[in-house]
Ligand binder design. Structure first.
Ligand SMILES: Cc1cc2nc3c(=O)[nH]c(=O)nc-3n(C[C@H](O)[C@H](O)[C@H](O)COP(=O)(O)OP(=O)(O)OC[C@H]3O[C@@H](n4cnc5c(N)ncnc54)[C@H](O)[C@@H]3O)c2cc1C
Length: 395
C-alpha cells in the first residue's frame, strides 16, 4: 500500500506492480496534486550537495553509490518515459547553471571540477557563451551539464499513473489516509470512505506530509515556491531566448529556474514563502525578474501563475526512513525531486520486495523532528530575508 500519488508513490506503485505485487495507492486529492503536478519540469542530476561534500559526509564507498545513483537519475527518468511511451515533451539538451556573482561562479567551477573528475563532460561557460545559450546578459558565466533536460511534469506523472494501472496497480484518488495502525501482521489505512489492509506501507507525501506518521511532518520544512508561464513566445523571440531549449538554474541562494516548454512559453520559477500568504507580491517579483532579464519581451504577458510546496531538510538531502517493520517513507528532495523521487520510488519498490537496505540510494535514517518546528514560519522568513540580502550583495 502506498500513501501519496506523486512521483515517489507512482514510481513505487509502477515498479511493484510490474514485479507482480498487489498494489493499492491512496492519494488525498488527485494524481500529482502535490509538487509532481506543479514543478518546473527540470530533470536535473545530482543532489544539493556536491560530490566531495557527499564523500566527506558518507565516506568514499557509500558516497560513490549516492553520486552514481543521483548523477544517473535523469537517465532513469528519460529511460522510463521512453520505455513506457509516456508523452511528456521529454527533451534532453542539457542543464545550464548560471552565476550572477564571482562567488557563485567559483562555486560552479568547483562543482564542475568534481564531476569532471568523475567522468562527466561538464564544461565551464564564459559570459558570452552563457548569454548566447540563455538569451540574456545578466550572467557572468555558467556551467553546462549534459545530463539534464526537462519534461512536462504533469504529463510525466499521469503517464506513470497510467502505466502503473496497466501493470495492475489500483490507484484511489480523493482518499486521504487519516490513520495508520498495525493489526496482526497488517497495517490498516483508514480513509473517510473505507480502509485498506496491507503488510507493507510506503509513505510518499513529501512537502504535503501531514500528521499520519509521528514526527514525519516535523522532519521537513515545507516551503511554497512560485512559477509563471508567458504566452508562447513566437518564432523570433524563441530564437533569442533559450534557443537550444536548455533548462536553466540561477544559483542564487533563493534559486531561480527557467526553461521553455514545448509550445515556446517561458516558464520561470523561484522565490519562496513559508506561508500561504503573499502570493501576489511573489508573482509580481517573478514578473519583474522576467522583464529585467529579457527586455526583448517588452511587457511580458503571463498565461499562467501557480505555486506548490517543496520539502526542504536541514542537511539538504532526501531521507529514507523505516520507522517500523513494514513501513517505509522517502521525502525531502529539496526541490530536486523530478529525477530523484522517480529513482527513490523504484528503490522503495525493491526494498518492499525484500531488497537490501544497503542498496537503497541513501542510508536509512531515523526520523528527526526539527527543533522548534512550530516556529518555522518566522524563522524561515528571517532566513529568506538574509538570503535575499546576500543575493543582492552577490555573495
Ligand atoms: C513549484 C515547484 C517547482 C519545482 N521544480 C522542480 C524542478 O524543476 N525540478 C525538480 O527536480 N524538482 C522540482 N520541484 C520538486 C519536485 O516537484 C518534488 O521533489 C517531487 O515532485 C516530489 O514528489 P513526491 O511524489 O515525493 O511528492 P508530491 O508530488 O508532493 O506528492 C505527495 C502527495 O501526497 C499526497 N498526500 C499527502 N498526505 C496524504 C495522506 N495523508 N493521504 C493520501 N495522500 C496524501 C498529496 O496530496 C500529494 O499529492 C519543484 C516543486 C515545486 C512545488
Amino acid at each position: 500500500m502506498i500513501v501519496g500519488g506523486g512521483y515517489t508513490g507512482l514510481s513505487t506503485a509502477l515498479h511493484l506492480a510490474e514485479a507482480g505485487a498487489s498494489v493499492v495507492l491512496l492519494e488525498a486529492q488527485a494524481i500529482a496534486f502535490g509538487a509532481s503536478g506543479r514543478n518546473g519540469g527540470q530533470v536535473n542530476p545530482g543532489l544539493r550537495l556536491d560530490p566531495d561534500d557527499l564523500v566527506a559526509r558518507f565516506g568514499a564507498e557509500r558516497a560513490d553509490r549516492i553520486i552514481a545513483v543521483s548523477g544517473g537519475a535523469p537517465d532513469f527518468v528519460f529511460g522510463l518515459a521512453k520505455r513506457l511511451g509516456i508523452e511528456c515533451d521529454a527533451v534532453r539538451p542539457g542543464w545550464v547553471l548560471v552565476a550572477h556573482s564571482p562567488a557563485t561562479l567559483a562555486k560552479l567551477q568547483r562543482r564542475g571540477e568534481q564531476w569532471v573528475r568523475r567522468g562527466v563532460a561538464m564544461r565551464a561557460l564564459d559570459a558570452d557563451e552563457t548569454a548566447a545559450m540563455v538569451g540574456t546578459r545578466r550572467y557572468i558565466g555558467g556551467l553546462y551539464d549534459p545530463r539534464g533536460g526537462s519534461v512536462q511534469p504533469l504529463s510525466y506523472a499521469r503517464g506513470l499513473a497510467q502505466a502503473a494501472t496497466r501493470a495492475g496497480a489500483r490507484l484511489f484518488t480523493h482518499s486521504p489516509v487519516t490513520r495508520l495502525e498495525k493489526q496482526g501482521s497488517d497495517w490498516i489505512a483508514t480513509t473517510p470512505r473505507g480502509s485498506v489492509a496491507a503488510p507493507q506501507v510506503v509513505i510518499a507525501t513529501n512537502g504535503y506530509t501531514d500528521d499520519l506518521w509521528p514526527g514525519l511532518r516535523q522532519s521537513i520544512l515545507p516551503v511554497r515556491t512560485f512559477q509563471v508561464a508567458t504566452r508562447p513566445l513566437g518564432h523570433n523571440l524563441e530564437r533569442s531566448i533559450l534557443p537550444g531549449n536548455h533548462a536553466v538554474s540561477d544559483l542564487r541562494r533563493l534559486i531561480l529556474y527557467f526553461r521553455k516548454d514545448a509550445h515556446g512559453r517561458l516558464i520561470m520559477g523561484g522565490r519562496a514563502s513559508s506561508t500561504q500568504r503573499g502570493g501576489a507580491r511573489l508573482f509580481g517579483f517573478l514578473t519583474g525578474v522576467v522583464q529585467d532579464m529579457f527586455p526583448q519581451l517588452g511587457r511580458p504577458e503571463f498565461e499562467h501563475a501557480w505555486s506548490g510546496t517543496v520539502a526542504l531538510t536541514p542537511d539538504f538531502l532526501p531521507h529514507i526512513h523505516e520507522p517500523a517493520q513494514g513501513v517505509l517513507a522517502a521525502l525531502g528532495y529539496n526541490g530536486r525531486g523530478v529525477a530523484m523521487a522517480s529513482v527513490a520510488g523504484k528503490a522503495l519498490a525493491d526494498r518492499v520486495r525484500g531488497g537490501r537496505a544497503e542498496d537503497l540510494p541513501l542510508p536509512v535514517s531515523d526520523i528527526r523532528p526539527i527543533p522548534f518546528h512550530g516556529l518555522r514560519q518566522p524563522v524561515l522568513h528571517l532566513i529568506m530575508q538574509y538570503h535575499r540580502v546576500m543575493d543582492w550583495l552577490g555573495r
